[in-house]
Design a protein around this ligand. Structure first.
Ligand code: NAD
Length: 483
């Protein structure tokens, strides 16, 4: 074990200052690749949440007193600061979340910067409308900020998903309290520091680290918070919906998934296998839209299973700081146990383990890329989100059978279809129950396209102009033209 004496201490960001938590407690943050301590992180309390909410409320007027174009310039300055500091930011995210550095540099950091730049451009384009209701009145709408936002972020894409919430909320004139996942708070705190440098007024962006059951709960219950935007598990999401009822907060929930990636026999099997492997093994499968159910038409089933197994075996599992690493550890001992338990469940249910299924090494939370074949739709490994590098490959007969299986879980976040038949592709995209459907590709996201699902995958959408609606309230104004 490393010496922990000189570890950095991370404080809370409240009202433009980094401050100690009121309870004086800090948690030890671990590197999931080595299990070594990497930092001490402030454990916020409900009193800290209250302070942050007061700061965010006080900052609402000053933030909206700044001309919209100037607010956009501040966000753009922050995007530039992120770009200037991208190496440090990527290294911090990779270390904190155990994510392979090449992927963080290719996806997480550029996507966070792109999100910020995109919404910086929205600041002075959030318009109302003149609506001609009657001749004796001028009737129009304006869009006002929702107010104080509580943003609760998961650990799988701490920076990118955090920015999906921070950027549109700020663009709309809201102020925020961000609660990062307890185990991956470092990139959010770095964004907070750079936001102050970019000229964001104090109190506009507050960051309260700590436990979900303490800080998250307090945010959800606080009467001074107007909206909660949450990404995480369905069980916590359900509690949030109930907790937010007190003052009828607006709520957006981005929850889990058990996405079907459907491969027809007429597909380009090379491309399908390549994208299917990254669709489940990217970020060690800790992706809400992971293509964790691979549905394969019987004529090509054995071939796809074999080739997917080969690809899984060729993945370079290892140190996330090394550029050649394709897959890092899982985020925590708890997540590793969950995934290994599901491997046992799959074996017990009678699925055939093609490859993987074990912990790799004795230090760090590594699990081998795993493929199960002969999975049946009713099995738990086909119905429940594993959130790890485990592909369940399920055979199907025809379109109707594929749809029955694909649409047969409680989730509906994303789906993939692989086929050369354009008519079939359109029939499938129309019938698949999912917020996003990828055709002959898998896994892309972009801030310009809506993101989210329904059922146990939550409700509401992030990204694009939908997020502008999420963070604003329309107001109707009637001006009598007669005296
Ligand atoms: P989680 O629900 O345990 O935690 C998410 C966040 O909620 C964390 O910040 C946590 O501290 C906080 N939290 C925990 N208990 C809370 C409470 N009682 N009140 C308020 N906040 C609380 O989920 P996780 O383990 O961080 O992430 C994994 C889950 O997130 C998976 O189910 C995954 O599918 C989902 N996810 C969804 C998306 C999406 O876009 N739909 C993206 C990433 C992750």
């Amino acid at each position: 074990m490393e010496s922990t004496a000189d570890l950095k201490r991370y404080e809370l960001l409240i009202g433009g200052e980094f401050v100690a938590p009121s309870g004086g407690e800090y948690s030890t943050n671990l590197d999931p690749a080595t299990e070594n301590a990497i930092a001490y992180v402030a454990q916020g309390t409900s009193a800290d949440v209250d302070r942050a909410v007061q700061a965010a409320r006080a900052a609402l007027k000053p933030w909206n007193a700044i001309r919209a174009a100037e607010r956009g310039r501040i966000l753009m300055r922050l995007a530039e600061l992120l770009r200037e500091n991208q190496e440090e930011l990527a290294a911090l995210e990779s270390l904190d979340a155990g994510k392979p550095i090449a992927g963080v540099q290719r996806q997480d950091v550029p996507a966070a910067i792109d999100t910020l730049a995109y919404y910086a451009g929205w600041c002075d384009k959030i318009n109302g409308q003149v609506v001609p209701a009657r001749p004796d009145a001028l009737t129009y709408t304006v869009r006002e900020p929702v107010g104080v936002v509580g943003a609760i972020v998961p650990w799988n894409f701490p920076l990118m998903i955090g920015m999906w919430k921070i950027a549109p909320a700020l663009a709309c004139g809201c102020t925020l309290i961000v609660k990062p996942a307890e185990i991956t708070p470092l990139s959010a705190l770095m964004v907070g520091r750079l936001a102050l440098e970019a000229g964001l007024p104090p109190g506009v962006l507050n960051i309260v680290t700590g436990k979900g059951s303490v800080v998250g709960d307090a945010l959800v219950a606080h009467p001074g918070v107007d909206k909660i935007t949450f990404t995480g598990s369905p069980s916590v999401g359900r509690g949030i919906l109930q907790g937010a009822a007190g003052n009828f907060k607006r709520v957006t929930l981005e929850l889990g998934g058990k996405s079907a990636n459907v491969i027809f026999a007429d597909a380009n099997i090379d491309s399908a296998v390549r994208a299917t492997a990254s669709g489940i093994f990217f970020n060690a499968g800790q992706v809400c839209s992971a293509g964790s159910r691979v549905l394969v038409q019987r004529a090509v089933y054995d071939e796809v299973v074999e080739r997917l197994g080969q690809r899984a075996r060729s993945i370079k599992l290892g140190d996330p700081s090394q550029r050649e690493t394709n897959m890092g550890p899982l985020i925590s001992a708890k997540q590793m146990k969950t995934v290994l338990d599901y491997v046992d469940i799959g074996k017990g249910e009678g699925a055939s383990l093609v490859t993987g299924g074990k912990r790799s090494g004795e230090r760090g939370y590594y699990v081998e890329p795993t493929v199960f074949a002969n999975v049946e739709h009713e099995m738990r490994i086909s119905q429940e989100e594993i959130f790890g590098p485990v592909a369940s490959v399920i055979p199907f007969d025809d379109e109707a059978d594929a749809l029955r299986i694909a649409n047969g879980t409680a989730y509906s976040l994303a789906a993939g279809v692989w086929s050369a038949d354009i008519g079939r592709v359109h029939r499938m995209t129309a019938e698949l129950k999912a917020g996003t459907v990828w055709v002959n590709t898998y896994g892309y996201t972009d801030v310009r396209l809506p993101w989210g699902g329904s059922g146990d995958s939550g409700f509401g959408r992030e990204h694009g102009d939908v997020a502008i609606e999420n963070f604003t309230e329309p107001k109707a104004v009637w001006v009598a033209l007669t005296s």
